[in-house]
Design a protein around this ligand. Structure first.
Ligand SMILES: [Zn+2]
Ligand SMILES: [Zn+2]
Length: 176
């Protein structure tokens, strides 16, 4: 825009074309993609660069809690003082899911019948925590480790889905 044009709105037809595209309902993200994208954004706050993981817990399409893998509040971050390695894993941080559950506990928010979007599948410890928090659906973006979650989910009636890199949803454990 030039100084002769104090009104900075773009001129010409293109603005209307853009508006039309933005408003095209077929281009709107699904709820699953929408929440996974938020989980990816949450992961960017992670304080351990060995792996950045983020999650969002929702119920009725409303966000209840978020979490990323990070240190205990007030303690130094891996990125500042190095990792705390134990058996090949960094133990300085809480996992993203554990931090989301802890945040809910801190603020008194029930997670019962909630759904969790996580950028990586939960480890066995976090899976157990989520199950006992009342989470009934897990949607992850990348398999991390531990196959035990699938059989356990089937046994307790917890749905597990995989949102692949093309944003296609695959239901791995279906609850009827
Ligand atoms: Zn670390
Ligand atoms: Zn975990």
């Amino acid at each position: 825009m030039t100084s002769k044009d104090p009104d900075c709105r773009p001129k010409g037809d293109c603005i209307y074309t853009l508006k039309f595209d933005d408003g095209d309902p077929s281009k709107r993200d699904s709820w699953d993609v929408y929440f996974m994208n938020i989980a990816r954004q949450v992961a960017s706050r992670s304080t351990c660069h060995r792996k950045h993981v983020g999650c969002v817990i929702v119920r009725d399409r409303t966000i209840l809690s978020t979490g990323y893998n990070g240190s205990v509040r007030g303690m130094p971050h891996c990125d500042e003082v190095g990792h705390m390695m134990e058996n090949g894993h960094c133990t300085r941080t809480n996992h993203a899911e554990a931090n989301a559950v802890a945040q809910s506990a801190k603020h008194g928010v029930s997670l019962d019948k909630g759904e969790i979007y996580i950028t990586a599948s939960p480890c066995w410890t976090c899976f157990k925590l989520l199950a006992n928090s009342g989470i009934r659906r897990i949607i992850y973006g990348e398999f991390y480790r531990d196959d035990r979650i699938f059989e356990a989910a089937e046994n307790i009636g917890l749905e597990i889905c995989y949102l692949d890199e093309k944003n296609e949803l695959k239901v791995l454990v279906k609850v009827s």
